[in-house]
Structure formats: structure tokens, C-alpha cells
Design a binder for this molecule. Sequence first.
Ligand SMILES: NC(=O)c1ccc[n+]([C@@H]2O[C@H](COP(=O)([O-])OP(=O)(O)OC[C@H]3O[C@@H](n4cnc5c(N)ncnc54)[C@H](O)[C@@H]3O)[C@@H](O)[C@H]2O)c1
Length: 393
Amino acid sequence: MQKRRLGIAVVGLGGAVGTTMVAGIELLKKGVIDTAGLPLAGFKEADLADYSDIVFAGWDLSGVHLAKAAEVHDVLTHKQFVAAEDALRRIKPWPAVGNDKFLSNIEGENRITRGSHRETIEKIRSDLKSFANECDSVVVINLASTEKLAAEGNEIFNSLADFEAALDDNSPDISPAMFYAYAAISEKIPFGNFTPSVAADIPALIELAGKNNVPIAGKDGKTGQTFIKTVLAPALRSRALKVDGWYSTNILGNRDGLALSNEDSLASKVKTKSSVLEDILGYPVEDHIVDIRYYRPRGDNKEAWDNIDISGFLGQPMQIKVNFLCKDSILAAPLAIEIARCLDLAKRRGQCGVQEQLSVFFKLPMTNGERPEQAFHKQEEMLREWLNHVSKR
Ligand SMILES: NC(=O)c1ccc[n+]([C@@H]2O[C@H](COP(=O)([O-])OP(=O)(O)OC[C@H]3O[C@@H](n4cnc5c(N)ncnc54)[C@H](O)[C@@H]3O)[C@@H](O)[C@H]2O)c1
């Protein structure tokens, strides 16, 4: 089979997940690791790009090369770091669009010199154009720090015409995540949003994706606590066990945790994490509490606790406790890779707009207007059907 080069342009390339993705692909190419943790590795017939055909580029507020960045994140083992170091050292992020209004507690000097909004978009588009020249296809994946929630009801987001007029007016309400999404979709490049930030999920950019025939997907990768929640909740529903309360708490000490220690960014994350239960259970859980704390000693080794209060036959109360000691970036990086491979496949198959079949990867799946399917097993079935259908074509 002819080799294709799939370029993944990462927003937040120097982050913990970004560097883990790049290192992971390099270690796979070298045969240092196997495909454990990559959920679509077994779908050989689906014509997904091969892992070994993936190359990376992207933007970050920090301009250090990826070996330096990965060293700070401390996700890789020493042996893995040494094996990936040369490849990581060769990649330096492009200057990024920063805006303190949307992200105030993450610093970085590697910024596009501020011009007009249109000039900023042109710079992102020209980065993408030169990357596209080296690849057969490109996908953009947003892995940047969580931004303050943009005012989704803002009328400038409601139509492409209003959004473009707001771009011409240099509106301060347009967030960095939207700049990247707009630039990618304008270049007819698929865009996946792994973060809770508002990006391609505004009506204006969904409209642009339809007009330009570009697949988009989001948002907020479903990696740890919400993954387990969307596995457990359907089982409780199916046994008619009533959920009286669900207390979820997390401690994490990586830079994502630092970004989330800002109340505005935290609000974006809590929104995507809180949305899943009611849709699965079919009734509101008044005492569904989600708590996220930045706790430095843990670094990337996040800990999530869940206490679930349920009641069953005869109204008798019971409790379930779940304690997931996970590794944030180790769970996230392979999913970001799979999202990119699926978006690339969707594009090659001529599919455009919101790719709902990728819901299994997201905490708050984008849909075409309906309420999102949140139950993990149903989401998985949807993805499998799509992959099998594609492979039979
Ligand atoms: N790790 C997980 O399990 C997980 C799960 C779901 C979602 N996410 C989301 O993925 C994102 C990345 O997580 P992480 O742990 O890698 O965080 P991180 O803080 O290590 O990396 C984020 C990177 O984005 C860069 N950045 C910030 N604003 C930028 C901008 N405007 N343009 C370009 N780069 C920018 C930062 O400099 C940083 O290097 C976060 O939004 C997080 O909420 C992570």
C-alpha cells in the first residue's frame, strides 16, 4: 500500500498531552512500544492513516523545543525520553495566538506579534499551508490550555456573516481557540477540539465547516473520570438503581491543573464534566458535584474519586466508591491521535460538518442539534458502525 503522510498540527504542541503524542508516535515508529492504549489499533481495514505515517507540527505560547518541554512535563520514563529525544528536539512550536482575557495564568513569549485579527488568521493559515506542502493531508487538534468560557450566546457567533464582520472589527470577544478553528476550516483542514474551550462549536464555524466541506469534532477529551462515569451510569440505569447523588473530585498537579486553578478556565471544565449524567439516566441528579483541585505534588498523575449514592429495591440506600489513579497525558495522547486519524478518514470520505460518530472520545460531544449520546457503549457502537461501514465501501 502506498504510504501517506498525515500531518497533525497541534495547538498547544508543547503541552503535556502534545509532547506525549509526539513521543508516542516516535516510540511506535522505533518499535520501542506497542499499540496498547490506542483504541483503534485493531481496525486494520478501516483505511485509517497508519501511525507510522503521522508527522507533527503546531503552535505553543512556549517556544522551547519539544525535548525541553517533555522533560518539564515528566510524563515519559527515562528510557522513553532518551529514545524519543532526538525527534522531540527537532520540533519547535510556531508562535501562537495568546490572549490574557481568555487565559491569564499561563505565560509564554512565543506569540504572533499582534496585528489585526485578519493578519493573525493569515499567519495561522500560512503556517498550515507550508505544513500541508510537506504532507498528503493535515488535521488540526486543539490541545491548548483551557480558556475562559466564551459567551456562547454572543450574537457575533450565530452566523458566519456576523462572525466575519466581528473579525473585521477586531472584536475582543473572539477567543484564540476560535482563531485556530476559523483558520483551519478556511484552509479546508479538519479541526478536532480536545479541550473544553469554545472553538468550532459556535454556529458560525459549524456553518463554515458545512460550506467548506470540512469535518469537525469536539469537545473536551473523555479520558478518566468522565469515561468511567459514562460506563457506570448506563449500568445503574439498566438495573433501575436510582442515583441519589454523585460526588466527583479530582486532584492534579500538571500545567493543565494550573490553568484550571483559574476560576474562569475551571468553569469551562466543570461545564463539560457536569453535563453527562442527566442525559444517560433520564432524570436530573440534583447532588451531582464535580470538584477539581490543583495539587502540585501529583504532577501528571491525577487522582479521581467518585462517591455514588444509589438506592434500590425497598428504597434501600447503597454506595459505590471509585478511585482512579490515572496518568492524565497517558490516557489523553492516544485519544487525540485517534481523533486525528478519524477526522482525516472522514475528510477523505467526503464527510463534512459535525462528526457525531466520534462522540466516544468527548465529554461534551458536538452533535447536529440533538442531545448528545453520552452512554459509552452506545457511543462505541456508533463509532464501530461508522468504521465498519467505511471499510466495506
Ligand atoms: N490530559 C487529559 O486527560 C485531558 C483530558 C481532556 C482534556 N484535556 C485538555 O487538553 C488540554 C491540554 O492538556 P495538557 O495537560 O497538555 O495541558 P498543558 O498545560 O500541559 O498544555 C497546554 C499547552 O497549551 C499551550 N497554550 C496555551 N494557550 C495557547 C494558545 N492560545 N495557542 C497555542 N498554545 C497555547 C500552553 O503553553 C501549554 O504548553 C487542556 O485544555 C486540557 O483541559 C486534557
